[in-house]
Design a protein around this ligand. Structure first.
Ligand SMILES: [Zn+2]
Length: 501
């Protein structure tokens, strides 16, 4: 009896195991189906979990990707045929023969009723290689992209709780972005067929959170009740669109501390040197040299100083970057002295501010200049690049230093300067009227001697009646300062991307 009871127990255990196996084979649907995204739109694709493996029905795939499934009932083989190409699988074998080559799969095909289930990886490892249509499986985001569609990955992070609170949203591959602000939120609309959004980001500081917007293909940055103004700048570098978001405290909060005499201390030193530590702003003219004077008496030297001070305040309070002015008040400073101030402070960026004049009162708009290299300049650049020499130093060692002719200092920075000028043009364009040929190259003396990326902004024409009124107004000066500040933010991204180390 004991032996019989033992057998009975064994049998019942076996039955339970068999039932469990049957239940498993029937499968339990996972929480979310895959989403198939194609030119025709989005549709769910059901999957099933069997023994911990996520499987998809072969017949569902056959209907979507137009292939035939042939079952060899005698040999038990399973053949997928698509336009003369084949994939062969066998029950019990976690692999597929694709164009005659063995491709491993995480599980063998499983029969479930009249259907065959194959692992999800069958799509990417076996089907995609033989199919005419581009098929991309993104497991983590549960997307199946079919055809030539653009579904960039979107990731967000909070960079600093602040205030100002800074966040970055990255779109890869790059896509055009439109940014709008609504009450309590900032919306980035991304021009793509769909978005592959990582999970919602928990907020910090003045940002409540970052998540998918209510409209398709939008990302929403939600602001807390304490938030003041929110702004964002989008720029593309290295095939990635980066949206830099900044949320400031309301003006009342921000105005509380007096502007510090000393520049704000830089943020805690990261492992690598930040690419943008010191900026030199050069307000044109000063003292006896008033520069251009408008018909109503507005002097260029006053406009340049006023805008430079505004830009300094924005950069120092928001970016914690050191800003040096070549003149902080109304006094004369020579061109070489301005360059010397920039070179001696080892600045990472030099920006000269001016206002323009023209014989015709019709001319208006801002213009951005960077150094032009003519034939002679190109030769000089090559020479400058090669002129590194070893000098003896105390103790008998040598030290390699760059020998640079003072008047050619700028030639090694022409590419970065062109990038700086381009972002200035782009960001000023969003704030103030621009000249018809706003981005220009010229051999400007103040630029040739500075040993760092440099540009010169002619902020508008004082010889134009409307522009003289604008350039003298606080609102317009503030717009100019905002545009320049936005360009500095963008240029910092450029430097981060092109970091030489
Ligand atoms: Zn000037």
């Amino acid at each position: 009896m004991g032996a019989v009871r033992g057998t009975a127990s064994f049998a019942s255990i076996s039955l339970v195991l068999l039932l469990m196996a049957l239940l498993h084979a029937q499968g339990t649907a996972p929480a979310a189906p895959l989403t198939l995204v194609s030119r025709d739109g989005r549709r769910p694709l059901a999957t099933t979990i069997v023994n911990g493996q996520e499987l998809v029905a072969l017949e569902d795939l056959a209907a979507l990707f137009l292939f035939d499934v042939r079952e060899d009932t005698l040999a038990g083989g399973l053949t997928v045929v698509y336009r003369g190409q084949s994939i062969v699988m066998s029950p019990g074998q976690p692999m597929a023969l694709v164009r005659g080559r063995v491709v491993p799969l995480p599980a063998a095909p499983v029969r479930s009723g009249a259907r065959w289930l194959v692992p999800l990886d069958f799509i990417s490892r076996a089907l995609a290689p033989i199919h005419d249509t581009r098929i991309e499986l993104r497991r983590e985001s549960r997307l199946l992209l079919v055809g030539d569609i653009r579904v960039p990955r979107v990731t967000a992070r909070i960079d600093a709780p602040g205030p100002p609170t800074r966040a970055t949203i990255e779109v890869a591959p790059a896509a055009p972005v439109t940014i709008t602000t609504e009450a309590g939120r900032l919306i980035a609309r991304i021009d793509a067929d769909g978005l592959d959004l990582s999970g919602p980001i928990e907020g910090a500081g003045l940002i409540e959170g970052i998540r998918a917007g209510e409209q398709p293909r939008t990302v929403a940055v939600l602001l807390t009740a304490r938030a003041g103004a929110a702004m964002a700048v989008a720029g593309e570098t290295g095939g990635v669109t980066r949206i830099t978001v900044e949320v400031t405290a309301p003006a009342a909060d921000a105005a509380a501390p007096a502007p510090p005499r000393e520049p704000a201390p830089p943020p805690p030193a990261p492992a690598t040197r930040p690419p943008l530590q010191t900026i030199v702003l050069d307000p044109g003219h000063g003292g006896d040299d008033a520069g251009v004077r408008g018909a109503r008496g507005t002097a260029e030297k006053d406009v340049t100083l006023a805008v430079a001070r505004r830009v300094r305040t924005l950069i120092e309070t928001r970016l914690g970057v050191r800003v040096i002015l070549t003149r902080g008040d109304d006094r004369a400073v020579g061109l070489d002295e301005r360059a010397a101030i920039a070179n001696n402070s080892k600045a990472d960026l030099f920006l000269s501010l001016h206002a323009n004049a023209a014989p015709s009162a019709d001319l208006a708009g801002a213009e951005v200049f960077h150094l032009r290299l003519d034939r002679e300049g190109e030769d000089a650049r090559r020479a400058a690049e090669s002129e590194a020499v070893a000098l003896p130093v105390l103790g008998g060692a040598t030290r390699t230093i760059d020998v640079m002719r003072w008047d050619l200092a700028q030639v090694r920075h022409v590419d970065a300067s062109a990038a700086l000028a381009a972002v200035l043009d782009e960001q000023l364009r969003a704030q103030v009227p621009m000249g018809s040929q706003a981005l220009r190259q010229a051999p400007l003396r103040v630029l040739t001697s500075v040993n760092m990326p440099a540009a010169l902004v002619e902020m508008g024409y004082l010889t134009n009646e409307d522009q003289e009124r604008q350039l003298g107004s606080e609102a317009f000066q503030s717009s100019l300062a905002q545009g320049i500040y936005n360009a500095v933010l963008r240029f910092r991204l450029y430097l981060e991307e092109h970091r030489v180390s």
